[in-house]
Ligand binder design. Structure first.
Ligand SMILES: Nc1ncnc2c1ncn2[C@@H]1O[C@H](COP(=O)(O)OP(=O)(O)OP(=O)(O)O)[C@@H](O)[C@H]1O
Length: 328
């Protein structure tokens, strides 16, 4: 599928008329089918583009709200520019786009499994086998590792924006509020989703790639529990609890150490303490390898103590001894 799309994309970009962008789709080759989903400002249709099964996101600009219309146009332009340059098995494949105001459309591959959120809702709480949690988490982490390697922040990572393809392969989608690391502005007036949003972003402070690592922790929690984060709160109450009470969704009491350890690091309130996706991918791959060797891995796993913690635990007299002897 990805190869096919790349081929068409290349062909499309070789035959552009005046005023058309490299990514412009040939609308005479597009067949729009029925609507199957909606976003806050969009409707998503199934369709066929040059014999490929596609999803078509149609965004209509509201005539009565100029500010919102301008914002939606910005999101569209930035989403297309970013999608156009991304090629990875865990990132949704871009097919083409069309900008004919007041209608904008983005055409991507169609992912029959729908969103991870709806999949988790269908499965019910606490029902995914840990092997599957690991596989899905690794797919997401690999997609995010690639995105960050391209200098891009997603900024709206959540189970609704993760889509399931064949063989339960997860792909990261919806780059409407993503941006280049080199162009991060303030998070003021941000339209991301509070339940998944890092505290520094809720506070509209300076933010980094690490906001995606925080959101990844919440998604990992969703995979383990099948629940909605901060379910009994409104999004605003959740934002308040996260920023002022350092609240996080409760980990299940039977949550294996291997996961709670990783989640606690990833949603740390200090962004610098959150690992990079390179490290997360390595950790998840090591878990998969260990699980293959030892089916009891999750029961037997004990986190290694950091070295400075061992020093802190030494009896005081030993510490004094160490410091006095090093002085002399
Ligand atoms: N390529 C696709 N294949 C299958 N389903 C899709 C695809 N694209 C979108 N969807 C479905 O449509 C929903 C909304 O898509 P998307 O998040 O891209 O729209 P949006 O307008 O950006 O939404 P919002 O602004 O509310 O986040 C997804 O959660 C998913 O269920």
């Amino acid at each position: 599928m990805a190869m096919k799309n790349l081929y068409w994309l290349k062909e499309m970009s070789n035959n552009k008329g005046e005023g058309e962008e490299e990514w412009s789709a040939d609308l005479s080759q597009l067949f729009i089918g029925s609507k199957f989903a909606s976003g806050r400002h969009s409707r998503i249709y199934r369709g066929i583009y040059k014999h490929i099964d596609v999803a078509i996101k149609l965004v209509s600009q509201p005539e009565e709200d100029e500010e919102l219309a301008a914002q939606l146009e910005n999101h569209f332009t930035s989403e297309v520019a970013l999608l156009f340059r991304l090629h990875h098995p865990n990132i949704i494949t871009f097919v083409g786009a069309c900008k004919k105001p007041p209608v904008f459309c983005i055409i991507t591959e169609y992912l029959a499994g729908g969103s991870l959120r709806s999949f988790l809702q269908r499965q019910g709480p606490h029902s995914l086998p840990l092997e599957l949690v690991l596989k899905l988490a690794l797919d997401i982490a690999k997609g995010m590792q690639y995105l960050h390697s391209q200098g891009i922040l997603h900024r709206d990572l959540k189970s609704e924006n993760l889509l399931l393809g064949e063989d339960m392969c997860v792909k990261v989608a919806d780059f409407g509020i993503s941006c280049l690391e080199s162009q991060i502005g303030s998070a003021k007036g941000f339209t991301g989703t509070y339940r998944w949003m890092a505290p520094e972003m809720i506070k509209e402070k300076h933010h980094t790639k690490k906001v995606d690592v925080y959101s990844f922790a919440i998604v990992l929690w969703e995979l383990l529990t099948g629940l909605t984060p901060f379910e009994n709160m409104t999004p605003e109450q959740a934002a308040f609890a996260v920023t002022h009470k350092n609240a996080r969704p409760p980990l299940p009491c039977d949550c294996p150490w291997a996961f709670s350890n990783l989640i606690n690091k990833c949603w740390s309130s200090n962004p610098k303490k959150r690992p990079h996706f390179d490290e997360i991918v390595t950790i998840l791959e090591s878990y998969i390898e260990s699980l293959e060797k030892d089916p009891e891995f999750f029961t037997n796993y004990k986190p290694r103590r950091p070295r400075n913690l061992v020093l802190k635990c030494l009896p005081k007299c030993n510490c004094r001894h160490v410091s006095s002897s090093s002085k002399s």
